[in-house]
Design a protein around this ligand. Structure first.
Ligand SMILES: Nc1nc2c(ncn2[C@@H]2O[C@H](COP(=O)(O)OP(=O)(O)OP(=O)(O)O)[C@@H](O)[C@H]2O)c(=O)[nH]1
Ligand SMILES: [Mg+2]
Length: 192
């Protein structure tokens, strides 16, 4: 059985906690506190340390799911959780005024996860407001990181099937990259 550690990152209110909740087969661990920044995200609570959940895919891949806080004042948790992870699901919400800039900013911040495993990007909250089309995200990615091949999806983090598809794509990419990597650079203990 391979084990994977996947991080959910992205701006406040993008849906990281919602996604971990939708995917997790165990009672998820939450660290929510009252949200004092209703201007950035109009919701009651925000993550202050981490979200944690688990899912087993195809009866052989155990996936540990970590959500990080979106707010930068908790970025010490980003460094801690980045160390462990081998893949990134980056969520950005399409109804934010600067969603494409935010995608690039968070991608840069978590760049080591691409180097180590893989990245997929989910554009959320597209049903709520007309935001940039998916092509604009892909174009910005090509401009900023032409060497990177990153799938970009429209997703609703509340939808388990959609999140599962994203997660399975990411894990397939990570496993393919691990298989293609020279033996000396492969991580110990499996494809993860
Ligand atoms: N309608 C709609 N609502 C969404 C969608 N994605 C997320 N939401 C809602 O947006 C909110 C996102 O909240 P969280 O999951 O707490 O966001 P987060 O990324 O964990 O935020 P922080 O922990 O504060 O950084 C929730 O109320 C979700 O139900 C979507 O695609 N459509
Ligand atoms: Mg959260």
């Amino acid at each position: 059985m391979a084990e994977h550690v996947i991080l959910f990152a992205g701006p406040m209110g993008a849906g990281k906690t919602t996604a971990v909740e939708a995917l997790s087969e165990i009672e998820m661990v939450r660290t929510e506190a009252g949200n004092t920044d209703r201007e950035t995200a109009d919701k009651a609570t925000t993550t202050v340390a981490l979200d944690y959940g688990e899912i087993t895919l195809d009866e052989e891949d155990k996936v540990r799911l970590y959500g990080v806080p979106g707010q930068k004042r908790f970025d010490f948790m980003w460094s801690i959780l980045k160390e462990r992870a081998r893949g990134l699901i980056l969520l950005v919400h399409n109804d934010a005024p600067d969603s494409i800039d935010q995608m690039i900013e968070y991608l840069d911040e978590f760049a080591e996860l691409d180097a180590r495993g893989g990245v997929v990007i989910g554009v959320t909250r597209s049903d709520l407001e007309l935001g940039p089309p998916l092509d604009d995200y892909s174009a910005a990615l090509r401009l900023r990181r032409p060497e990177l091949v990153v799938p970009v999806y429209t997703v609703d983090p509340r939808d388990q099937d959609q999140m599962r598809t994203m997660l399975m794509t990411l894990i397939a990419n990570i496993e393919i990259r691990a298989m293609l990597a020279p033996r000396s650079t492969r991580p110990a203990g499996g494809a993860a």
